[in-house]
Ligand binder design. Structure first.
Ligand code: NCD
Ligand code: ZN
Ligand code: ZN
Length: 439
């Protein structure tokens, strides 16, 4: 056997179980997995003794902001946070300022990101003004179209149907945020215009709005779409009946409306956190294989914005790259969440969603993207130490059991023991067809 560049050792997750093994990497690709006695010679050996090595985590829904929202997050801080959270590939959403909804804006965003990113990063585009712009966008390497409630839940114009069809025909993804704006507007009227605080958030944006949107979307655009951040078992059932793929965010799997009442604005997220019973049903759905994709929906805002007093002015979104996976490990210890199901839902599930067979598994021939964690280490969440610009968290001060120790992308350690190990721009742009080619 030929010599490899790097040999990683630890308890490796492959063929569905953890085994003490070595991973040999050549030119960023896994070329050997097996016992140390059979391992090839190497230039460098990195010993993750006592640690677990799983396929690199993939997050198909995150907000890296940048452009005119750099005060909330930029491509460097966002992807450092992703690396620190164990993520090797993240997909960024287009609800930016300005919205990423034309070929030109996509090119500007990619150009800004390219020199800054630490982990591999892909991009969605938002609803373009015209169908002709959609034709241009599907010629870029963008992952697909993201639609927000205000894009589709009132009267759907024929041009939007045309846009959706253009995207579908190009084999790009259609991802939508399911919440019906007309129901939300109706519910909002029950409260004073100058409503303070966030206690009414779950009443203003009830599950009913999510369920309705799953039907509205189906009626307007048919099937072959992905419903993101579902918050209930009922929504999962409806998404399945309507033929949608779907994901659940870690927020809804780890937090409830009690956290919203206790912590206020920092737990305001759309769709809202639901009841403890609903959260328990999500955990069971993950455990029994009904949830095959988890996302972070990392959504950073400034703490000043989150501390505003008027309900309508407090932005929705929870920053969580650095707590998402540890919070899942913690739930494995404390509530019997199935760790294998959770790992698959952040690796194999997203890789299948992307149709990328070189990701999501530790297998010879795959990209050497790896996440390394300590299952037992207990650590206190200190948001002031986060890489994200959003230095607050619903988990602040809590001790989580389970910690990300290292993140490896294409055979290179990008994060280890709290430190970022590569330069800005190490990450590559991920698009249709995989990471960027030289052409
Ligand atoms: C997201 C954001 O802040 O961009 N907020 C949120 O509450 N989830 C937008 C979104 O994903 O809907
Ligand atoms: Zn959303
Ligand atoms: Zn989001």
């Amino acid at each position: 056997m030929t010599r490899v560049d790097t040999l990683f050792t630890g308890r490796v997750y492959y063929e569905g179980e953890f085994k003490e093994a070595c991973i040999g990497v050549e030119d960023g690709i896994i070329s050997f997995i097996g016992k140390e006695a059979n391992a090839p010679s190497y230039d460098e050996k990195i010993d993750f003794k006592g640690l677990f090595i799983i396929p690199g985590l993939i997050d198909i829904h995150a907000h890296l902001r940048g452009v005119r929202l750099k005060h909330k997050e930029d491509f460097f801080t966002g992807t450092c946070a992703a690396a620190a959270g164990g993520f090797t590939l993240v997909l960024d959403m287009p609800n930016t300022d300005p919205p990423t909804n034309s070929r030109l804006r996509m090119m500007e965003k990619v150009e800004e990101a390219e020199t800054q990113i630490i982990v591999d990063t892909g991009f969605y585009f938002g609803r373009p003004e015209e169908a002709s712009e959609a034709e241009k966008l599907v010629k870029t390497r963008a992952i697909g179209l993201k639609l927000y409630p205000e894009d589709y839940s009132k009267k759907v114009q024929p041009s939007l149907v045309e846009i959706v069809n253009i995207v579908k025909r190009s084999n790009r993804k259609i991802v939508f945020h399911p919440e019906d704006i007309s129901i939300i507007e109706q519910k909002r009227k029950a409260y004073p215009e100058m409503l303070r605080g966030v206690e009414k958030h779950s009443f203003i944006r009830p599950l009913e709005a999510e369920l309705s949107a799953l039907d509205v979307f189906y009626k307007s655009f048919g099937t072959s779409a992905h419903a993101t951040h579902l918050t209930s078992l009922e929504s999962i059932m409806k998404a399945r009946v309507n033929g949608f793929t779907y994901d659940v965010s870690v927020n809804h799997l780890t937090l409830t409306d009690n956290d919203l009442l206790k912590l206020g604005g920092i737990c305001k997220v759309n769709p809202p956190l639901r009841s403890p019973e609903e959260k328990q049903r999500l955990v069971e759905s993950l455990n029994n294989g009904m949830i095959t994709i988890l996302t972070t929906d990392h959504a950073p805002h400034t703490l000043e914005e989150k501390n505003l007093t008027l309900y309508d002015e407090i932005p929705s979104g929870i920053p969580c790259f650095e707590t998402a996976f540890p919070a899942i490990l913690d739930m494995f210890h404390k509530t019997g969440l199935n760790i294998h199901a959770a790992i698959k839902a952040f690796t194999r599930g997203p890789a299948e969603f992307l149709g990328d067979r070189r990701l999501g598994a530790v297998t010879e021939g795959n990209l050497a993207n790896l996440t390394v964690f300590d299952l037992k280490e207990e650590w206190k969440v200190r948001p002031e130490e986060f890489y994200t610009k959003a230095k607050y968290s619903p988990f602040a001060g809590r001790v989580l059991k389970g910690r990300v120790k290292a993140t490896v992308i294409r055979g290179v350690v990008v994060f280890q023991d709290g430190e970022i190990k590569v330069q800005r721009g190490f990450g590559k742009i991920y698009g249709i067809g995989g990471i960027n080619r030289s052409d």
